[in-house]
Design a protein around this ligand. Structure first.
Ligand code: NCD
Length: 364
């Protein structure tokens, strides 16, 4: 079976696979577009974007559609796999191959970790990861970074609080990996022990030399923060209802807690909100989450333009397969799409899955 282990395209699967300068340029372009959108109204004329949404989405899906339409392009796709051939048992490899023959750029959201990379292995056009399981959500991160640029005037030297579901929240993982690349970032993680930040994210932050601390209440740390990123508890990713129920309503941001915050704090949330921010906070000028959702459309307009320029064809798989070694992550795409090469990178003492970044033991 042949796979594009060296892709001909600039894919956005993980921001950290692309140079930081490239993302900064996407953000700069997003700012320019936000200030003057009409100027870009024909930038993608004649181009088609396919949106494959295997999981529910409002903002990501509609902002991508609006972005392509505002650039003069067209959109095809599905938002319910049950009405596509996926329901007949089609594998991801075949869907990606076929749809990429109809489109110039493909955006995919899927419930399994590593699915975007798996699709890129067989796609004949660039692919953008619009969320792969509990793993990453790089276009939300571009949105978040653009929001910081617009609302705080900078992305570096910020104290970043992240609160809620740090274990399953893919927006959190992408954001931490990205912000760890900016000078002077300090993280404050606010969660229960059950939903704390995964070890692999901590080690990336450590490698980049960013200080971080962990806290168990918003009140105790809110006064130190430049940005507070609230998140929803990711109900759909819990192994059982009981485990989810034990995590509901632990952290709620309300007007009382906001009194202890800096006057220029920015409150962000990828949305949807359930009840982790009370409605009264919406009227506080420091609440930026609705603006953030709008910035997401401009970030995606810039991203589509830059991806289609194709300046960074990518290496998708650089490691190798090891006899008898499977990814231990039950939600890794290699567990479902069994034809995929189970490829790992050797990290010295352990192996790292090239789809979902989970570590596996080296064979003896
Ligand atoms: C997030 C997601 O899908 O991961 N939503 C989004 O894209 N803005 C966050 C969430 O669902 O909680």
């Amino acid at each position: 079976m042949s796979f594009n282990t060296l892709s001909r395209f600039t894919n956005l699967i993980d921001l950290n696979a692309l140079p930081v300068e490239w993302w900064k340029d996407v953000i700069d372009l997003g700012v320019k577009i936000a200030d003057n959108p009409e100027q870009y109204a024909r930038a993608c004329e004649g181009r088609i974007m396919a949106a494959l949404f295997y999981e529910p989405s409002t903002r990501t899906q509609l902002s991508f559609q609006a972005a392509m339409k505002r650039l003069g392009g067209a959109v095809i796709g599905f938002d319910n796999p049950e009405t596509s051939s996926v329901a007949k048992g089609e594998v991801l490899k075949d869907t990606a191959k076929v749809v990429s023959g109809y489109s110039d750029i493909m955006v995919m959201r899927h419930n399994m970790d590593g699915s975007a990379k798996a699709a890129a292995l067989s796609a004949d056009c660039p692919i953008i990861n619009a969320g792969d399981g509990g793993h990453l959500h790089p276009t939300q991160t571009l949105t978040d970074l653009l929001t910081l640029r617009k609302e705080k005037g900078r992305i570096k030297n910020l104290v970043i609080g992240i609160c809620g579901d740090l274990k399953y929240g893919r927006t959190v993982h992408s954001l931490c990996k990205a912000l760890a690349c900016f000078e002077g970032t300090r993280f404050v993680f606010i969660s229960t022990p059950e939903l704390s930040i995964p070890a692999y994210i901590k080690s990336i932050i450590n490698e980049k030399g960013c200080p971080y601390k962990e806290a168990d209440s918003i009140e105790a740390v809110i006064g130190e923060l430049d940005m507070l990123y609230m998140t929803r508890i990711q109900k759909e990713r819990f192994p059982s209802a009981k485990e989810y129920e034990s995590q509901i309503d632990v952290f709620i941001l309300d007007a009382e807690k906001m009194k202890k915050a800096k006057s220029d704090l920015c409150v962000l949330h990828p949305l949807p909100r359930v009840d982790e921010i009370t409605y009264e906070v919406d009227n506080d000028p420091r609440a930026k989450y609705f603006k953030q959702a709008t910035y997401g459309m401009y970030a995606r307009m810039a991203l589509i333009i830059r991806i289609l320029e194709n300046r960074h064809p990518a290496v998708l798989l650089a490691g190798k397969t090891y006899d008898g070694v499977n990814c231990p992550n039950e939600n890794c795409i290699t567990q479902k799409e069994c034809y995929l090469p189970k490829s790992f990178v050797d990290r010295g003492g352990f192996l790292e899955c090239e789809y979902c970044e989970r570590t596996a033991a080296k064979p003896g």
